[in-house]
Write a protein that binds this ligand. Sequence first.
Ligand code: AMP
Ligand code: MG
Length: 324
Amino acid sequence: MRTAVFAPMVLAVMVLALCGCQSQPVTEQSFALDTFISVTVYGGTSGDAQAALSRVDECEALLSAHAQGSDVERINSSQDQAATVDALTLDALQFALRVGEKTHGALDITLYDVSKLWDYKSETPTVPDGADIIRALEHTGPERIIIKGDTVQMDGAHIDLGAVAKGAIGDEAAKTLSQRGVNCALLNLGGNIVTLGSKPDGTKWVVAIESPFDGQNYVGSISFSGSKAVATSSGAQRYFVQDGVTYHHILDPKTGWPARSGLASVTVLADEGRLADALSTALFVCGEESAEQILETYGAEISAVLVRDDGTVRVIGDLEFAPA
Ligand code: AMP
Ligand code: MG
């Protein structure tokens, strides 16, 4: 028996409190990156929020593996020829490779062929053949990405920046707002949050973390000030059930199967969206013990909330967390 469950738009986090900035907020929304995007600016205009949303579209057109003519699509279809790419793409790619190294391979952007076998986006996903997974895994690994100047060439593998793109794009959209003189804003890219500036009244941003076990409840909320980013990786964001077993979309690069690390979700608070996004995926794969060791190497600015499979919560780092 197979039950397909497809939840691409689940928001893993929700911003609880926006009030506090002095001027009236202006919110603009769109659908991009396979999810709902909203940009709320304080002391800015609808034009500012729209400019940030346009930047999201521009970045998606570069980083999406599915969009025809995107940098990633051209890299993947270049048949081992070098493809010239935008500085943003190069930056995101090199950043993902660095996080991959620091997380001992838990983040691996060359898993695309394996992810495609799982085909989470189809109406009726099924567990792929084990031998096909092994074969596809043999053609993965960061050493298969050859970067020379502004060109990227693949050696038999294909890439997917899905684990870092929302974070990197959130950073870009926030940069657009800063360049337009906006200094207080909140961007929500399908649960990936980027805040710009502190609230003038001194109250903190409060972000709720959705339960990975049902879409209704929250495990708690985190509070912080200033320009930060929050990303959550959760098995509940995209999955299907076959014969009573749940298969989610975050893969263990060692096996090509959904990561079973004892964690149901990982939320990371960092200074940059791309780091929060990359680390939440990687730490979900690694599990609690490695997560702790890896976060130590990143220093005090980064903290995390881990929800274990048994529903208990572990906070790592200097983080203001209030359980629900
Ligand atoms: P996120 O929601 O940020 O945790 O990213 C998950 C997405 O990244 C998946 O839907 C895949 O497209 C891709 N992905 C899955 N597993 C990995 C992995 N171990 N390393 C890098 N990307 C992955
Ligand atoms: Mg991620």
